[in-house]
Design a binder for this molecule. Sequence first.
Ligand SMILES: Nc1nc2c(ncn2[C@@H]2O[C@H](COP(=O)(O)OP(=O)(O)OP(=O)(O)O)[C@@H](O)[C@H]2O)c(=O)[nH]1
Ligand SMILES: [Mg+2]
Length: 308
Amino acid sequence: MKPQDGNNSHVSNTENFFGGNETGKPIKQETDNGIQEDMNTRNDANSGNSIPTITDTTTPIVLFVGPGSSGKSMILVSLAKYFYSKNYKIAPNENFYSTSQYKADCKEFNNRYNADKGKALAGTSGFLLVDVYQGSQKKLQMLEAPGEDYIKFNNPTAPIPQYLANILAAPNKKIWVMLLDLHSEFDLASDNAKRLIYTQKLTDYYEGYVNRDRDAVILLYNQIDAHNPKFGTYLKISNFAGAEAFAKEMYPNIFSSFVKRPFAGLFGSFPNFKFHVYCTGFYGENKEYTACDSVYPSKLYQEIVRRW
Ligand SMILES: Nc1nc2c(ncn2[C@@H]2O[C@H](COP(=O)(O)OP(=O)(O)OP(=O)(O)O)[C@@H](O)[C@H]2O)c(=O)[nH]1
Ligand SMILES: [Mg+2]
């Protein structure tokens, strides 16, 4: 989904900051005009960054890669809540993008964050760059971007938007959180064709941007609560090994592709990723949200800080 800026007419009037509509279900739209769409319709800024831009080229960046509505925003906010509990300071980076929509989203994030201390933080439906501070030192930047900028199932080879290409080319260490997204509305667990498209986007495209010596890759089986028989609920992980085996069965090429060979030309390789599971919370009938147990963000948090 896209932010409501300019003439972005495909965004429903009922869409809210949570990335959903009044019925609570996110509205998923795909466009396929890549860079032009990004530059022409999102920019209502007169000054500042006319496309989303990370100006800090040294602090590590956490990227949440996944299709629209796969759960990226909610992972970011549940992580933000956890960072807060660990006494890190969290602040949306207001200079990242100059649109009025972006400024409003930053304000909304701040308001909710400060009012609620993360009890029921909302996600955005567009962009958010969140800075994480330990004391006065910036340790991390977490990027939330619209899923369709990462993958368009109706046009998977479309170029990624220019802003994203710039971020991928930036010298910062990247912590790639790649969502396996098996159970969102695209239902990649039962749609073999789409799952293959997504596999190829990760292995043939994004893997090319992973710097194996600098970056970290986390393959995240998110929304595991949506699997039946269950591997976990929002309160606990019930069957990690089962979840991992299922994810491997669904994505054999991803698990075999993200490997590192210690010495060129020699046989043998080892995984160049960490596998984790995630559930952001419980979503009631009317999408009322109850945050997940800290077991999920704490494991992801440990993985991220281990590598920053
Ligand atoms: N069951 C379940 N549903 C989830 C979970 N996380 C997110 N959802 C559902 O997925 C919806 C979309 O989540 P978002 O975090 O907004 O998705 P997104 O990837 O940021 O989507 P875009 O911003 O459109 O790319 C939420 O409104 C929830 O309904 C989860 O862990 N379990
Ligand atoms: Mg989002």
